[in-house]
Design a protein around this ligand. Structure first.
Ligand code: SF4
Ligand code: SF4
Length: 117
């Protein structure tokens, strides 16, 4: 049986990537993630979290976009790869996410304790 670290790595590998409109971060906002993914993100102070939430922003969104791109949560990766969460700017990968992988991502999210990023 795979542990959560292996599951996250496996799911990440299976989510297609694509190029966003340069500078766009329209789909960023407060998101939740699993403890496993959280452990890969830099720790932010309470003040930083509060400042981000006041703006309805993600604490990892910087002036040039996502500052944790390589470790961004699964939900950020899935956005734009499925007709269920389309990019408002029409960006998408050549091949959308396999629906089984999409279901596996949601299964993982539903079955792990989620915390605010
Ligand atoms: S997926 Fe779309 S909305 Fe989100 S950052 Fe990329 S271009 Fe912007
Ligand atoms: S982790 Fe990155 S991609 Fe996800 S919401 Fe925050 S800034 Fe956006």
């Amino acid at each position: 049986m795979k542990n959560n670290s292996e599951i996250v790595d496996r799911l990440r590998d299976r989510i297609p990537t694509f190029k966003c409109t340069p500078g766009c971060h329209d789909c960023c906002g407060p998101v939740t993630t699993s403890s496993e993914e959280m452990s890969r993100l830099p720790v932010k102070t309470i003040a930083e979290h509060e400042a981000a939430l006041d703006q309805y922003n993600c604490v990892h969104l910087g002036p040039n976009g996502c500052e944790v791109y390589e470790e961004r949560p699964l939900i950020c990766r899935v956005f734009g790869t499925t007709p269920n969460m389309p990019c408002p700017n029409g960006c998408r990968p050549e091949d959308m996410i396999d629906s089984k992988v999409e279901q596996q991502v949601h299964y993982y999210i539903k079955n792990t304790r989620q915390v605010l990023v």
